[in-house]
Ligand binder design. Structure first.
Ligand code: CU
Length: 250
């Protein structure tokens, strides 16, 4: 029973690439992004990434995030594939920008940038598997073909979440997250945002298909890629079956 979806999902994910993304499979695309604060969080960061085939190596150096607290982080796709500005007001307490307020800008979760295990949208709120405080995060993960195509087009937007508005050193306050009422709004509001721009280095000529070292990732990683593809297909290409599960939205 376990083996079937692990095989079937990548098959679904790969099908659209037969004609649509063959050129994108060649070489390595280099990406760069600057994370700018949202909600006056004071949190910033720098993202560097490279994408070879479906293997995404991503590094995030963050500053100014609440210490000692987990910070959900994702690659979002959809909306206008942009970040709202820091002064954008939202529906949260004191006019703070909530996750859902910015979906028209950065869309929904395509990849959960967890520290281990699943990276699908289903792990969007897996607080035990996100970095704690300001860190240097680095991981190579398998993304779906559809997500890879969008990232190569410069549409990926990285968002880190969690803002300590009242400065008490933890996620607190009476206002609850619109995604999970068991969490304070502080835990899920976006702290910063940056678009993954394709760097000039990506124009370098390459010699055919490369398969990164990450290709040796275990079967579960491949299955996650398939799951992400299914989600991205719904999110990024026509909004068919738009999922309203909270975990997909932060
Ligand atoms: Cu997010």
């Amino acid at each position: 029973m376990v083996a079937l979806p692990a095989i079937a999902l990548p098959a679904i994910a790969l099908a659209p690439s037969a004609h649509a993304s063959v050129p994108a499979q060649s070489g390595t695309t280099h990406l760069w992004g600057k994370l700018n604060q949202l909600n006056n969080s004071g949190a910033t960061g720098t993202v560097t990434a490279s994408l070879t085939g479906d293997q995404l190596s991503i590094k995030i150096v963050s500053h100014g995030l609440l210490a000692g607290a987990p910070h959900a982080q994702h690659i979002h796709l959809g909306g206008s594939n942009t970040c709202p500005s820091n002064d954008t007001k939202g529906t949260g307490v004191d006019g703070h920008l909530r996750v859902a307020d910015a979906m028209k800008d950065y869309g929904m979760i395509a990849v959960s940038l967890t520290t281990s295990g699943d990276t699908s949208p289903n792990s969007g709120l897996a607080v035990t598997r996100f970095p704690v405080g300001s860190t240097t995060y680095s991981r190579t993960i398998t993304v779906s073909d559809a997500t890879a195509v969008s990232i190569r087009e410069g549409k990926g937007v990285v968002v880190q979440h969690g803002v300590d508005y009242n400065g008490d050193g933890k996620y607190s306050g009476s206002s609850k997250s619109e995604l999970d009422p068991s969490l304070p709004e502080e835990a899920t509001d976006p702290a910063n945002c940056g678009r993954l721009e394709v760097s000039q280095m990506s124009g370098m000529p390459t010699g055919g298909v490369q398969t990164g070292a990450g290709a040796s990732d275990d079967a579960s990683a491949i299955a996650f890629g398939g799951a992400a593809a299914a989600a991205t297909a719904a999110v990024g290409f026509g909004y068919v079956g738009l999922r309203r599960r909270a975990a997909n939205r932060i």
